[in-house]
Design a protein around this ligand. Structure first.
Ligand code: TYM
Length: 332
């Protein structure tokens, strides 16, 4: 059976972009492969986090994984920092990764530009991501388009090490949906920027937004000139983005949507879109509330960490041995 690994950062509210670009595909894949889905808290702390908020968001994200439809009996759901092998492999891989490769990463350059005190953790971010993936002998990594460059680096690191020491790591394939299927959901207030949890409040829909807030944000979403509804990324970037969201939430083809609204203006299109988004998120929000019973998510994460650790340990030991590290001695 193929192995799948992916992760999401508990660094803010989860957005509709995260859901359509990644989580929705996790749910489908759990029936086709052996899946590991991680709450990557160690990635979140590469930029400053409020400790209480990080703590709460880690639980919230684990609950949202389950509420979105991941079944902890089928998929392994765990917190990255609960499995120390991630940090250890990250260190080992960093010794086979060049500073030049890391400083060329687009996300590092973008995030680094914003802050004055850029941590070395932010530079190392993609190495930790490679460790996440390689530890599980991963075949495929479902992600949105923004993670493509990081995945290429993971592949390069794996190939470099395999070349040097003989086969150690499986080289993972990215699993990125086509643009029209959610690879890159754009901001509601600026269709040239991706929808991100770090954006201003009206630019993204959070998975836990109440219906009236969703409706308000979609009403306020920027549109393009004209009044026709059709898909054209170059001339109609805002409407094209809303159409992709409509299509993914309703299950209807882009052509069907264009035919229905044609030149009837944006008003009815937007109010129907809001309804489809609300209906898509409603079951997730209901399940999320049910999971708030104390102990439920803790049990899922305890089991997930134990399972993940047993798999990760084998890969880590294999690599330690290849590079000449002496195994730990046991006195009994
Ligand atoms: P993160 O937490 O930023 O995002 C989680 C997932 O959501 C996707 N995504 C989007 N997809 C479509 N449209 C958008 N606007 C959008 N915004 C986000 C992301 O591509 C991602 O798949 N580095 C990763 C976390 C990570 C990881 C890993 C992923 C750490 N280790 C190992 C895969 C494998 C990240 O920052 O995701």
């Amino acid at each position: 059976m193929k192995r799948v690994f992916s992760g999401v950062q508990p660094s803010g509210e989860l957005t509709l972009g995260n859901y359509l670009g990644a989580l929705r595909n996790f749910v489908r894949l759990q029936h086709e492969a052996e899946c590991f889905f991680c709450v990557v808290d160690l990635h979140a702390i590469t930029v400053p986090q409020d400790p209480a908020q990080l703590n709460r968001r880690t639980f919230d994200l684990a609950k949202l994984y389950v509420a979105s439809g991941l079944d902890p009996k089928i998929a392994t759901i765990f917190v990255q920092s609960h499995v120390p092998a991630h940090s250890e492999l990250s260190w080992l891989l960093s010794c086979f990764t060049y500073i030049g490769e890391l400083s060329r990463m687009t996300q590092f350059k973008e995030k680094g530009r914003k802050g004055e005190n850029v941590s070395s953790g932010l530079l190392m971010y993609p190495v930790l991501m490679a460790a996440d993936i390689l530890l599980y002998d991963t075949d495929a990594v479902p992600v949105g388009e923004d993670q493509k460059q990081h995945l290429e680096l993971s592949r390069n690191i794996a190939e470099r090490i395999n070349h040097h020491f003989g086969p150690v790591f499986r080289v993972p394939e990215p699993l990125i949906p086509p643009k029209k299927a959610g690879a890159r959901i754009m901001s509601l207030t600026d269709p040239t920027a991706k929808m991100a949890k770090s954006g201003e409040a009206n630019s993204y829909i959070a998975l836990l937004d109440p219906p009236e807030v969703i409706a308000k944000k979609i009403r306020a979403a920027v549109t393009d000139s004209g009044r026709e509804v059709y898909y054209d990324e170059v001339n109609k970037p805002a409407i094209s983005n809303l159409m992709v969201i409509y299509s993914l939430c309703s299950g209807e083809a882009l052509e069907t949507i264009a035919e229905r609204y044609g030149s009837s203006g944006y008003g009815r299109f937007k109010s129907d879109l809001a309804e489809h988004v609300i209906q898509t998120l409603k079951p997730i929000q209901e399940r999320y509330r049910e999971l708030s019973e104390p102990g439920v998510i803790e049990a899922i994460l305890a089991e997930g960490a134990a399972k993940a650790e047993s798999v990760a340990k084998v890969t880590l030991d294999r690599f330690r041995q290849k590079i000449g590290l002496v195994p730990r001695f046991n006195l009994d």
